[in-house]
Design a protein around this ligand. Structure first.
Ligand code: NI
Length: 138
């Protein structure tokens, strides 16, 4: 782990009051850890906006009785096999399935995959948890 560096920050009283409320709502024990997370989150957001390598999880919920939809979901996932690490399928109910697709690869490909899955008729939910490979956060 890299050595710790201390630095001073000038901030107006109204903004630090809001920040302290934010920290308290999220159970941070101090401002430093909250600030580190904010910085990391912004760096991760940049990784996703740029053309770098990202990691994350796509969740989808759909009705598996729509056979055409199931075929399309599979075809799309095979088209993007190079960014899919694994998938987990859960039978939520008689009709509905939940799938978690773990992805790692070029941000553009991962986002294209997410958009294709989301746009299919019959997909009731499609969202992505944007994580990081952590390679650039070391
Ligand atoms: Ni199922």
């Amino acid at each position: 782990m890299a050595r710790l560096v201390r630095f001073g920050v000038s901030i107006d009283s109204e903004l630090i009051r809001k920040f302290d409320r934010y920290i308290s709502e999220r159970n941070y024990s101090n401002r430093s850890e909250a600030l580190r997370d904010l910085i990391r989150n912004n760096l991760i957001r940049r990784e996703w906006a740029e053309t770098g390598e990202v990691a994350g999880g796509i969740s989808i919920v759909y009705d598996h009785h729509r056979r055409e939809l199931v075929n399309k979901l599979l075809d799309i996932q095979h088209d993007y096999h190079e960014v899919i690490i694994s998938t987990q399928h859960v039978h939520l109910s008689h009709e509905h399935c939940l799938e978690i697709i773990i992805v790692k690869g070029a941000s553009k490909k991962v986002q294209a995959l997410t958009n294709k899955l989301r746009s299919l008729k019959g997909v009731m939910h499609c969202d992505i948890a944007r994580a990081t490979t952590a390679e650039k956060l070391k």
